[in-house]
Ligand binder design. Structure first.
Ligand SMILES: *Cc1c(COP(=O)(O)O)cnc(C)c1O
Length: 238
């Protein structure tokens, strides 16, 4: 038996995922168009990503600066997001090329993005990452730090907060993640109502290969999917 090509693996998975997203969206009273599917493309080669883009993927996310930069020139037209932990000294490398940074986890980082963006005369869209499981191993604002930082970061120029992002703890049962996703939805609503006249805040980024169904049902409108689209990664890019 010949092995399937990465493009074939993608084609099968993509159809399936679109169907599931539509079902999950319907279960929460929404349409498939209300959910943005972002392909998490770490370790995926440029040809396969371009195949995905030709097939309909509009949003891609990389989580490492080096990888983001090494792929960027070869990619077809798409929305490029950065989804991984970002060090302050790498901000200047990323900001010129990125549309949305999902993973802003400190005031210091936001401040640097603001400074670099102002220099480039651009506005960079960001999400605030929430450490919703309160885990030592993860970055992100703790729930109780969010409001104060949100206020401070909102005042920075050259930067625009578009919403929240989270990676909940790895759970064996999806019921547990539902609890974290619900908490995120609540934080999202709180922040929206606090900023009643800022209607730029409309992105809730949560849900990955194993839990996007639960995430969407809890209100996510952007899911970041890697493995379920491209197959298991050959090496673990941690
Ligand atoms: C890799 C990655 C994903 C996708 O994870 P899968 O389990 O492969 O779907 C989503 N978000 C972030 C931040 C990632 O690094």
């Amino acid at each position: 038996m010949t092995e399937k090509s990465s493009a074939e693996i993608f084609d099968e998975n993509y159809k399936e995922i679109l169907k599931k997203i539509e079902e999950s969206a319907a279960a929460s009273g929404r349409k498939k168009e209300d959910i943005t599917l972002l392909a998490a493309t770490k370790t995926v080669d440029v040809d396969t990503i371009n195949h995905a883009i030709e097939s309909g993927i509009e949003y891609i996310g990389e989580n490492r600066v080096q990888e983001f930069l090494s792929k960027k020139d070869g990619l077809s037209n798409c929305h490029r997001h950065f989804i991984g932990h970002l060090q302050t000294n790498k901000v200047k490398d990323i900001v010129p090329f990125v549309e949305l940074i999902h993973s802003v986890d400190s005031f210091r980082l936001a401040n640097e993005i603001s400074k670099v963006s102002l220099k480039l005369r651009k506005t960079t869209d960001i999400l605030l990452e929430v450490n919703i499981g309160n885990e030592d191993s993860k970055s992100g604002f703790k729930e109780w730090e969010l409001c104060e930082n949100f206020q401070k970061i909102s005042k920075l120029e050259g930067i625009r907060i578009r919403g929240l992002m989270a990676i909940p703890p790895i759970c064996s049962k999806n019921e547990k993640n539902t609890e974290y996703f619900r908490k995120m939805k609540k934080l999202f609503i709180d922040i929206c109502t606090e900023n009643i006249d800022n209607n730029n805040i409309n992105i809730l980024s949560m849900g990955m290969s194993d839990d996007y169904d639960e995430a969407i049902k809890c209100g996510a409108n952007l899911v970041r999917i890697g493995t379920a689209l491209f197959g298991k990664r050959e090496y673990n890019n941690k």
